[in-house]
Design a protein around this ligand. Structure first.
Ligand SMILES: C[S@@+](CC[C@H](N)C(=O)[O-])C[C@H]1O[C@@H](n2cnc3c(N)ncnc32)[C@H](O)[C@@H]1O
Length: 190
């Protein structure tokens, strides 16, 4: 937890509640403001720079982290669905509209300088592609970058996974696992 979390968390909670109209099954998979999953992710953002959310929905997680992490972040996002990306570009993060793309995650073309933080979920891609996908994320982190895996409890249950660090393709990586509210977090630092 950051030292000032006592001050940050109440305003972060208020912001999430005030922006509840931007959460829906279609726009980001959440039917109400995801207090637990977002607040659990916040302390993991311990650096600034380029941050990529692979499976970004409408960019609300990125917007939240930019506002409350106390680090200067340049957001990028990819999602398979057009409507959330349109909302990210037009409403949520219009200043960064050129950084949001529609596409399937494994097709994302990492070009330009590497990322400081990549956030994703290996279960968003086909199980046979997950290993290569995670390798690709890892290769496109800068030399002191951080890969954050966020796997919600419903997905852990669906895939019968107790501990994400036991996933075969994560064994070769220095993956630390933390329990968030409503999700498991994998933190992999280069
Ligand atoms: C639970 S939402 C999370 C959105 C955002 N990261 C957040 O926390 O607000 C997951 C998003 O990933 C997208 N997604 C899932 N699988 C995908 C894939 N294979 N390619 C691209 N997007 C994908 C979905 O469309 C959805 O918007």
């Amino acid at each position: 937890m950051p030292q000032n979390s006592g001050k940050i968390f109440p305003s972060a909670i208020s912001w999430l509640r005030e922006n509840k109209c931007y959460f829906s099954a279609e726009l980001n998979g959440y039917t109400s403001p995801p207090l637990g999953p977002y607040l659990s992710t916040l302390p993991l953002i311990d650096r600034g720079g380029k941050i990529l959310d692979l499976g970004c929905g409408n960019g609300m997680l990125l917007s939240f982290l930019m506002r409350f992490s106390a680090h200067s972040l340049r957001p990028y996002g990819v999602d398979i669905n057009v409507a959330p990306i349109e909302q990210a570009r037009r409403v949520i993060l219009p200043k960064y509209k050129g950084n949001f793309m529609v596409g399937y995650l494994t097709d994302f073309n990492f070009k330009g300088s590497p990322f400081d933080i990549i956030i994703t979920n290996p279960f968003y891609v086909h199980p046979q592609q997950a290993g290569l996908y995670i390798d690709k994320c890892w290769d496109n982190l800068n030399k002191s970058g951080r890969l954050i895996l966020r796997v919600h409890d419903d997905m852990l249950k669906k895939h019968k996974v107790n501990n994400i660090s036991s996933l075969p393709y994560l064994k070769k990586l220095p993956c630390r696992v933390a329990r968030g509210e409503g999700l498991a977090l994998g933190i992999i630092d280069k």
